[in-house]
Design a protein. Structure first.
Length: 306
């Protein structure tokens, strides 16, 4: 009798599965992408530009964004713009969305790749737990504000870069800022990614009668700069120990391009991918009743009402 891996452990096999690719062109498409100055987002930007997509880089650091812009311009003929926004401060996210809406009559792709992992509990100036704000509230607000414009482009796609870290769970809708619990950075990270997944299902429900899709994906166990904002001990451990077990982030860029361009995914929405493999998330990220509550909370906290 052939042994069947329990469903909750399938993600461990999927990371080793053969990944899907596409040669489909993105010429003439406009992609808004955050987190493109390093790691997963940078590799995605490289692939998107090589595929012909014009890019709007939503970045926190102008110098780094300009460096990426110069690098991409030297290798492609696409148009690249920069819009500044710190995802730890929602008014800047709102301003960035307004700039994009005022400048671009169409958006064909939105890729939310910016993310953070911090070992010490930190609050934003608005009082949000930092990880929850950067990883969930900011991309939720950006997506919500751009949604009507995205819907005007038939076949448009939204990709939320999530993580297997959502399996750490840690999400408590009554304590999103970790004021009542001892702060656990891994669970805080998992909470932010769980909240993001829960709203992906709600976005997908609202987009059912449109030709716009939204999906989430884990970008693989790859080398990125996430966590570099932490102390020297964590940075040393990350670079000298963890990195030896990680793959090049180029695989994440290839996977994102597949999800953004593959013709066979034109009608696929409300799914979670492990790179390019369709996968079932952890049970805590599939609670549809909680999805509705998280959606309402996210609208309240970002002061955006759909």
């Amino acid at each position: 009798m052939k042994f069947k891996v329990p469903e909750r452990l399938e993600f461990a096999l999927n990371r080793k599965a053969e990944q899907k690719t596409t040669n489909a062109s993105l010429e003439g498409k406009l992609c808004v992408i955050s987190g493109a100055t390093s790691g997963v987002g940078l590799e995605a930007a490289k692939k998107l530009a090589a595929g012909g997509a014009d890019l709007v880089l939503v970045a926190r650091n102008l110098e780094k964004a300009e460096s990426v812009c110069s690098f991409l311009n030297s290798r492609s003929n696409v148009k690249i713009d920069i819009v500044l926004a710190d995802f730890s401060y929602l008014p800047e996210v709102k301003k960035a969305a307004e700039i994009i809406l005022n400048k671009y009559p169409k958006i064909d792709l939105l890729i939310n790749s910016a993310g953070i992992f911090i070992t010490k509990k930190t609050k934003t100036t608005e009082g949000f737990e930092m990880t929850f704000c950067v990883n969930h509230l900011a991309p939720f607000l950006l997506t919500s504000m751009l949604l009507e414009r995205i819907k005007k482009s038939p076949g448009a796609r939204i990709i939320q870069i999530n993580s297997q870290g959502h399996r750490f769970n840690g999400f408590d809708i009554n304590d999103i800022n970790w004021d009542k619990r001892f702060y656990n950075p891994y669970k805080a990270y998992g909470a932010s990614k769980t909240a993001q997944l829960l709203t992906v299902w709600e976005f997908a429900e609202r987009l059912k009668k449109t030709r716009v899709t939204i999906n989430a994906m884990h970008p693989g166990e790859v080398k990125t700069n996430i966590g570099n904002n932490n102390g020297p001990l964590y940075r040393w451990y990350s670079k000298n120990i963890i990195w030896h077990f990680l793959k090049d982030a180029v695989i994440a860029g290839d996977a994102i391009y597949y999800l953004a361009a593959a013709p066979e995914l034109k009608d696929t929405s409300g799914r979670y991918f492990n790179l390019t493999i369709d996968e079932k998330p952890a049970p805590g990220a599939l609670d549809r009743e909680m999805s509705k509550k998280v959606w309402e909370l996210s609208e309240e906290l970002t002061a955006f009402k759909s």
